[in-house]
Structures are given as structure tokens and as C-alpha cells.
Design a protein around this ligand. Structure first.
Ligand code: MN
Ligand code: MN
Length: 470
């Protein structure tokens, strides 16, 4: 082959074929530093926001520090927040155009799989004190055994007193655990069973103490010791657990992963990777063309049901208030949403080299290749999912290209392998254009999820481009 012909083929190949871009190949020394600094802020966010309530508090704290005012109050301001019941949060930045011409929304979720305490959680067995749990979201139950757990949450007493609790994160704190069976005796109880049957929800009981109160004549003296401690420490009685929301989560901070520190390992990255990216993006957005919203929803992991979830009417109220603030009729909320463009910011499973059989490698998101589009999700024949319109996907591609965002497209696993959903379909009912777009993770939904710092940063860059890209 002549040299000229070779060059032509090379040019043709580069022009015609898609080639995935590894973020690190396109990151000079300065960009690498920015990526690493972003990773530090991100880990700090993960540590402060281990529950949806803590995430809302942290988002409000950062928003207030940047001059955001309460959307439901009277204080004037183009930058507003809406803290809904302490579990769902919306940040909004008014655009140059009136809201009725459409909004720019990025919606993520701030709840993560975990073990919730039951209504009557406290009991003793075999001279040990335990708490009963009911798991929340899609967990592989064995991953929650034999590991240190922290307890976070609130207890509301009948008189309205609110008690906040967070135990197990500080070095001096005690931790808790769900015990696992020793391998020596696990043959019939676990090893010979299917994984779905070997680990039972009713055995996810948290060990919390072993000291008795009184003597052998004292009834339930291990439970009694615990209840006495809880009353002295928190002023609560057993009945107060009925109006409590206490969540057991993996104890300890998010960590750099790998000798090169290129990855982050930690709990709750589904979906706080996207939540943090949209938080930083909206905090940094000056007056945009279109009114821009970052929505942080609760209850995604259990199907978005409930008054703090994406299926609620919250967004309608938010848009009515934004219209009023802009001097427009609140009745235009539906028109504003029909004209809106949105990103459903949620994570996806990255290609796992140990389990290539569940992925279709040509259409799997890969760690390090940037923020990932999912045109559709769901399961089976594209059931239960939003399927973004091609026109809209093309528009997002253009915005991302213009802003130098490294991105990839994929779908979650092989056809008929399994599947998963996001909140995109619940927002799509309002008529807005919406695309799933977020960070790829390894070990998704586990107590120690893994993300690439490069992808985390590109998630932020993509969201920033979306808000500022007109
Ligand atoms: Mn998610
Ligand atoms: Mn999830």
C-alpha cells in the first residue's frame, strides 16, 4: 500500500468510526489536578451525606453559603432552594428568559440502599442485644454481614421533640454489625443453597450490646440495659422507635482507591455522584439563559413512591413558585414543564472485567471513559423506561462536544440479563425532553461502590455544560 493510500484510510477511519475516549488520555497535568481536587470535595460530600436527610442538610448549607434564599419565603433573590420535608431538595437559578419558556432540570436522587430499623427493633436473644431491620432498596444481603455499620437518623418523640443520632463514623465511636455464620458450620445453612435463599432478610439483625442490667432475676436484662442507655443518652423510650427513621449504613469515610488514587471507593455513590455533580454545577452557574433547577429526590431506590419522591407533585409546586417569583402566572406550570429539557442524573453499572458475560461489551459503559448516556433503561423489550428522543440526544451530544465533555453511551447489561430503572420516566410524563446521564460505577449498590475520579469530574462538566449550554 502506498503511503498516501495509508493516510487516506487512516483519515477515513478517524472520520467514520467511533473511538471511545479515555478521559486520562485527554487530561493534561493541570486537568489531572482539577480532577483530583474535585475528588477531594466529592469524598467530603459523601462523608457528610450518608443519608437523604444529611444530603439535604449539606446541600442547603452549601447553597446558603452561596447566597441561595428559601423559595417558599419572601426574601428576594434569583437563586433559591426548596427544602421539602428535609428529604428532598431543589436548587433553582433564575434564567434570562421567563420560566414559561422552559426550564433546564437535572434530577438525581439522594437515597441509597441500606438497612432501616423496624418499628419495634429492640430485642435480646442468647444474652445479646439486637435491633431488627428491614432492608431498603436493592441489596445483595450477604454484603451487609460481618462489616462495621453506623446508625444515622432521627427520632421524633410524641411531644414533638426531635432527636438526631449519628453513631459509628468518628474514630472514637462504637460501631454495630450483622453477624455471619462461621464457614465451619455453614454447609447446609448457606453453602448448599442458592444465594437468594442462603441469606434471609429476617436474619439481618444488628448486634448492639451484651451488658446486662440487674441480676439473673431481672427479665430481659440485656434489652433493659440498652433501653436505659438510650434513655440516658437520647431521652427516648422503646415506643419512640415507632416514629423514628434510623438507617444502618456502612461505617467510615469514602476513600481513595488504588495506589494511583484515581478511583473513589465508598458507600452511597449511587446516586450521590450525580447529586454532587449537579450541586457543584448549579452553584457555579451564573445567570443562565433558561431557569435552571437541580432536583435531589428521595425514595428512588424503592420505586419513587411517597411524597418526597419523583412521582410526587413537588415539581409542580416548585414551578408554580418560580413562575410567581418571575412575575408570571403560576397556571403556566404545565407549559413550562412541556417546554423543558432535563437530565436524569443517575449512575450506571460499568463493564466489570470479572463478569463480562452479563455485559454486551460494545454497549457497556466503561470506567474512565467519561459520563455515560443511557438513551433507555428498563428491562425486557424496553419496558418501564423513558426512551429519550433522538433529536434530544443529538442536542446533548452537541452541547457536550462544544464544552469538551468526555462522554460515552451505553446500556445496562445484556438484553434480557436483568435491568433497572431511574426517575426519568416519572419526569417524562410532564412532556419534557429527558435523557439519563451519569457516572459509571463498579460494585454498584454494594456497601463499597467504586467510581473513577475522571468520570466523576466529567459528570460535573457535563452537567455544567447542560446548565450553561443554552
Ligand atoms: Mn440510582
Ligand atoms: Mn440504585
Amino acid at each position: 500500500m502506498e503511503a498516501q493510500e495509508k493516510d487516506e484510510l487512516k483519515e477515513l477511519r478517524e472520520r467514520l468510526m467511533v473511538s471511545p475516549r479515555l478521559v486520562w488520555d485527554h487530561a493534561d497535568a493541570a486537568t489531572r489536578e482539577v480532577i483530583m481536587a474535585y475528588g477531594e470535595r466529592y469524598k467530603a460530600f459523601l462523608d457528610r451525606a450518608k443519608t437523604e436527610r444529611q444530603a439535604v442538610e449539606e446541600i442547603e448549607r452549601q447553597a446558603r453559603a452561596q447566597g441561595f434564599v428559601d423559595l417558599t419565603g419572601n426574601a428576594p433573590g434569583a437563586r433559591t432552594f426548596y427544602n421539602y420535608r428535609g428529604k428532598t431538595m431543589v436548587l433553582a437559578v433564575a434564567g434570562r428568559r421567563p420560566p414559561s419558556q422552559g426550564l433546564r432540570l437535572i434530577a438525581s436522587h439522594i437515597d441509597s440502599p441500606r438497612l432501616d430499623l423496624k418499628q419495634y427493633p429492640v430485642y435480646e436473644d442468647t444474652d445479646l442485644a439486637f435491633l431488627k431491620t428491614h432492608y431498603y432498596g436493592g441489596i445483595k444481603k450477604y454484603q451487609w454481614l460481618a462489616r462495621p455499620l453506623a446508625l444515622h437518623g432521627v427520632i421524633l418523640k410524641a411531644d414533638g421533640t426531635r432527636v438526631e443520632l449519628a453513631v459509628g463514623e468518628d474514630a472514637g465511636d462504637p460501631v454495630f454489625t450483622v453477624c455471619d455464620l462461621l464457614p465451619h458450620l455453614a454447609r447446609k445453612a448457606q453453602m448448599d443453597k442458592k444465594v437468594t435463599e442462603a441469606f434471609e432478610g429476617e436474619k439481618l439483625n444488628i448486634l448492639v450490646g451484651s451488658l446486662p442490667l440487674g441480676d439473673k432475676e431481672t427479665k430481659e436484662r440485656f434489652k433493659l440495659y440498652l433501653l436505659k442507655y438510650l434513655e440516658e443518652r437520647y431521652g427516648i423510650q422503646e415506643e419512640d422507635f415507632i416514629s423514628a427513621e434510623l438507617e444502618a449504613v456502612p461505617a467510615g469515610p469514602a476513600r481513595d482507591l488504588g495506589w494511583d488514587r484515581s478511583l473513589v471507593g465508598g458507600y452511597g455513590q449511587d446516586d450521590r455522584s450525580c447529586a454532587f455533580a449537579s450541586l457543584e454545577a448549579i452553584l457555579e452557574t451564573p445567570e443562565p439563559e433558561y431557569t435552571s433547577l437541580a432536583l435531589f429526590y428521595d425514595k428512588e431506590e424503592v420505586g419513587s413512591d411517597g411524597n418526597t419522591a419523583a412521582k410526587s407533585c413537588l415539581i409542580e409546586d416548585v414551578v408554580e413558585r418560580l413562575l410567581e417569583r418571575a412575575g408570571e402566572s403560576p397556571q403556566l406550570w404545565r407549559r413550562a414543564l412541556m417546554a423543558s429539557r432535563a437530565i436524569s442524573g443517575d449512575v450506571t453499572g460499568a463493564l466489570d472485567p470479572d463478569y463480562p458475560e452479563v455485559h454486551e461489551k460494545r454497549n457497556a459503559a466503561r470506567l474512565g471513559y467519561g459520563v455515560a448516556f443511557h438513551k433507555y433503561g428498563g428491562s425486557g423489550g424496553k419496558y418501564s423506561t423513558n426512551d429519550a428522543n433522538a433529536e434530544y440526544v443529538a442536542w446533548i451530544r452537541k452541547i457536550f462536544q462544544e464544552h469538551g465533555v468526555v462522554w460515552q453511551a451505553g446500556e445496562l447489561g445484556k438484553v434480557d440479563e436483568g435491568g433497572g430503572g431511574t426517575i426519568a420516566k416519572y419526569l417524562a410524563v410532564y412532556g419534557m425532553e429527558i435523557l439519563d446521564c451519569g457516572t459509571p460505577l463498579l460494585s454498584m449498590h454494594s456497601p463499597f461502590e467504586v467510581a473513577s475520579k475522571a468520570d466523576l469530574y466529567m459528570t460535573f462538566r457535563g452537567y455544567q455544560a447542560f446548565f450553561t449550554g443554552a
